[in-house]
Design a protein. Structure first.
Length: 374
């Protein structure tokens, strides 16, 4: 009776043209959650069987069992073997152990072992000197950093930068050393020991460096070029021209305030360091250049390396220099006020692009402009 009511409920819930028995039989297959649960149980059971089959040993050697052993009247040396000859043939060897342990080979491989092995690229260390041609927009410090060197290494390797280390020109060829140090040309009367002492290194450092290709007894010749790893070139003070005020400049505004302003808006491409005792400010050609402070123009001309330049004496011991100008609008002896336009940005002289080379001087010494600018 209960079955009839259940069947009736099923028939009402799932109307169909089939008989109630066929509808009831097809219900589990239409019930997807139930079907998936059955499938999951089946798969789990199958995996369990596979696991048991893989772990269980294929053969278990049970210990010898003699039911007649210890029975009075039974031969001790024969026991069950005498009653069952077939069993005697299956007896384990003397001293046999139950479930004899053995080594089961099992290998685990990590993801790193399964992935293809890639050989790490080897960096070949350069030991020879490279020649570099200065390109547009280059700075000396930028070139050095491109080759992983200090800026002073370019100074110590290139005599052409000795007098004007902060002035590069397009097409200029520079020696690029493989390591930080100096580049020396052997002169008459010099020895390996004297050269090493000059650059404050050991003679062995020069002799054993592969780039010098020296062999015992380490003879050197006049004109031979040597790489001095870690060498420091002796400091030679640079001669800076001091300009004196001339002409009949009006005294109004001829003395500066003592506080400098930025001479031009732009992007700093090179700061102040040992090889560049100035700052370079890059800007489009024609950008206005202003006097950093009031004073008197003491120089306005074309100079070797600097190109068109202007020097302003501020009357307090300080002078400012503006170089590589495309044009200047002042003349020697003229008084200028702070922030007055004195020229426009250009790329004259030894320059790799439009920019202002700005120096601050006192008593012929080039000072760090950052110390005076806001």
């Amino acid at each position: 009776m209960q079955g009839s009511r259940a069947l009736a409920r099923v028939t009402r819930t799932y109307p169909s043209t089939q008989s109630p028995q066929s509808v009831a039989w097809s219900l589990p297959w239409r019930d997807l959650p139930t079907l998936s649960r059955y499938a999951g149980h089946f798969i789990f059971g199958l995996l369990l069987l596979v696991l048991i089959y893989g772990v269980a040993p294929l053969r278990l050697d049970a210990p010898a069992f003699d039911p007649l052993a210890g029975v009075e009247g039974a031969p001790v040396e024969e026991g069950i073997a005498s009653a069952f000859p077939a069993y005697a043939a299956a007896q384990p060897a003397p001293n046999a152990r139950y479930l004899e342990p053995g080594t089961i080979p099992f290998t685990m491989r990590t993801w790193g072992e399964t992935l293809p092995m890639l050989e790490e690229p080897r960096r070949v260390m350069r030991t020879s000197v490279t020649m570099y041609t200065v390109q547009a927009g280059d700075t000396m410090l930028g070139i050095a950093q491109r080759f992983g060197l200090r800026g002073t290494t370019l100074l110590y390797a290139n005599d052409s930068l000795a007098d004007q280390p902060d002035l590069l020109k397009i097409g200029q060829v520079l020696y690029i050393l493989p390591v930080d140090g100096a580049y020396h040309t052997v002169e008459r009367g010099e020895t390996l020991a004297s050269i090493a002492a000059k650059y404050k290194v050991d003679a062995e450092t020069i002799a054993l460096y592969p780039g010098n290709s020296l062999t015992e007894p380490y003879q050197i010749e006049v004109g031979q070029k040597l790489i001095i790893p870690g060498g420091v070139k002796p400091y030679v003070p640079r001669t800076v021209t001091t300009y004196q005020a001339t002409g009949t400049a009006t005294r109004a505004g001829a003395t500066g305030t003592g506080q400098l302003a930025w001479p031009m808006s732009g992007r700093i491409t090179q700061g102040y360091w040992e090889g560049h005792r100035a700052i370079d400010i890059a800007a489009p050609r024609g950008t206005s250049i202003l006097a950093a402070d009031g004073g008197t123009v003491v120089a306005a001309h074309y100079a070797n390396g600097y190109g068109r330049m202007v020097v302003v004496d501020h009357g307090n011991g300080y002078q400012t220099l503006y170089a590589h100008l495309d044009a200047y609008y002042v003349e020697v002896g003229q008084a200028v006020a702070k922030a007055q336009v004195i020229g426009k940005c250009g790329s004259t002289g030894n320059s790799t692009g439009p920019h202002l080379h700005f120096e601050v001087r006192r008593g012929g010494v080039q000072l760090n402009p950052y110390s005076f600018l806001p």
